[in-house]
Design a protein. Structure first.
Length: 273
């Protein structure tokens, strides 16, 4: 009987030893598997991190490339506008900013500046008038308020109730002899006539202001007074003022810097930039 019990105890101990060995083996394998899994996960996370960084960089490069291409395209369009042999790209827009100025005494031309309904013309166009009306290119007629004048440089500032987008004035320092320009006005009552020419000279003396006039061969006739001289970018380089009587192709316009300064002084505010 005792012998059988000893054999049973021995078998139980052997079984426990085998289970312990198996447990240790499994635990060791499990630890290796866990370590391998963590290593794999770290490797995947590192790879994904690098991929995300590379993708972000590539996306950034694409965005920068698209932005640069857009800027290049816009610059090419602007270059195209300024190198055209004609003014077809700017006339359609520019003529909408020009008005006919009619009073109970005379008539002339004016042009809109800013976006609050201000109009510039020559002082002599509205001098001694009781009524001032302006007609836009689309045929609308408005009563105009006379804000003020500067007879020395022959500028008047008018205002209408309608807010219409106006011209931007060029920097006089950027105007060059020989560059092409157009005049828009109402010569001899022919509304919104466009004539083309070049800048013949700069810093000419005028009737009462020295070195402030642009000389041009653009045809200027009665009715052009107060109208704009426009460059190929659509900016006003001067206000048509006078021509030499009996001479051909000798017109003069007050330069844009003087127009800007005088108009803002008359209005007592920045109405044109």
């Amino acid at each position: 009987m005792r012998h059988h019990i000893n054999v049973l105890y021995g078998a139980v101990i052997l079984l426990l030893i085998l289970q312990l060995i198996l447990f240790i083996t499994i635990s060791s394998q499990s630890a290796k598997l866990i370590a391998q899994q963590e290593k794999f996960e770290n490797s995947i996370e590192s790879t994904l991190g690098k991929s995300r960084q590379e993708n972000q960089y590539r996306i950034g490069e694409i965005v920068r490339t698209i932005s640069q291409q857009r800027r290049d395209f816009e610059e090419q369009i602007e270059l195209l506008k300024t190198t055209q042999n004609d003014f077809s790209l700017v006339i359609e827009d520019a003529v909408k900013k020009v008005v006919t100025v009619a009073t109970d005494i005379s008539a002339g031309t004016g042009f809109i500046v800013g976006n609050e309904g201000y109009i510039l013309t020559n002082q002599h166009v509205v001098a001694d008038s009781a009524i001032i009306q302006v007609q836009t290119y689309d045929g609308e007629v408005y009563e105009a308020e006379l804000i003020g004048v500067d007879a020395t440089v022959d500028i008047a500032v008018l205002k209408i109730s309608e807010q219409i987008e106006g011209f931007e004035l060029a920097d006089s320092d950027d105007v060059a002899v020989g560059q092409k320009i157009i005049a828009i006005g109402n010569p001899l009552g022919l509304d919104f006539t466009v004539t083309e020419g070049i800048v013949s000279a700069l810093d000419r003396d005028g009737p009462s202001v020295e070195a402030a006039y642009v000389q041009t061969d653009v045809t200027l006739n009665p009715g052009n007074s107060g109208g704009p001289l426009v460059d190929s970018s659509g900016k006003v380089i001067g206000m048509a003022n006078f021509k030499v009587g009996g001479a051909e192709a000798l017109g003069f316009a007050l330069e844009s810097d003087m127009v800007r300064e005088t108009a803002n002084n008359i209005a007592g505010a920045i109405i044109v930039t």
